[in-house]
Design a protein around this ligand. Sequence first.
Ligand SMILES: Cc1ncc(COP(=O)(O)O)c(C=O)c1O
Length: 319
Amino acid sequence: MNKGILSSAIEAIGNTPLVELSRLGRGCEGRILAKLEHLNPGFSKKDRIARQIIADAEATGALAPGQTVVELTSGNTGTGLAIVCGVKRYPFVAVMSRGNSMERARMMRALGAEVVLVDQLPTSASGQVSGDDLEAVEERAQRIVEERRAFRADQFRLQGNSRAHYLHTGPEIICQTGGAIDAFVDFVGSGGSFAGCAAAFKESDPQIQCFIAEPAGAAVLAGETVTHPNHRIQGGGYSMAALSLLNPAHIDGYVQIADAEAIEMARRLAAEEGIFAGFSAGANVAAAATLLDGPWRGKTVVVLVCDAGLKYLSTDLWE
Ligand SMILES: Cc1ncc(COP(=O)(O)O)c(C=O)c1O
């Protein structure tokens, strides 16, 4: 086959560009480098873990040809799995809270997935998925796995999640920068991106400092009490104190981001840098700016642009 032609969209996953946010960073000492993960085929970094989890399960025999795949998702992992399963012809069921934006459910359906929506708890605010909401989604996902004898592509437990970032995202950043980065900060959901990138960075240079970003008022990993579980930063901050993929030895510190800061930064990313991304990308850039504002002044901080702004057109992120 011609070298310029890929055999499927799965091969178009990864190798995303790294952009210096020099317009946003104007006036601040130091550099923020943003890895444009929203340019993946499913418009998020989660395409990478979908490819890895399915490849690992095929390699170990955990996934049989034609077997159904099930996953709990806030939309992005589901979209990645819908792409990978669609191309590889595995039926895929995405189980998602109604609190996530509906663009995601529509996109997964368009990609051939069956989408099961789970109602939010009466105490949860619409559009703000809490840890309790996620528990209800988890229960439903487990039931469907049993009923259909399905393979659970469990992003919270399977090593394929962090391995995707250890094998690809992290090394791509090291290659793109020649290893010249000082810090990495990442808004955590499953912890897979942080765990994989941090492992790759520390292996390359133990001096690279790795920070976890959490919503202000839901910073359980930093040991804070939860006062604001219904934060606005979709894709993470689930108030889960135990994330099995995280290696505590790779965590150098914590940054907290308020909803308004994440939202303002997502809007500025679009308006000033031409990067149309979601809430968590805004949180990541805001966290990087916080680091540069403090003891990291003058340094180079790298962040992921987790997903695309198109996924939030029905929310008030865009007016
Ligand atoms: C938009 C978005 N941002 C951030 C995250 C958190 O990434 P991770 O699960 O790798 O910690 C996710 C995870 O689903 C996400 O969808």
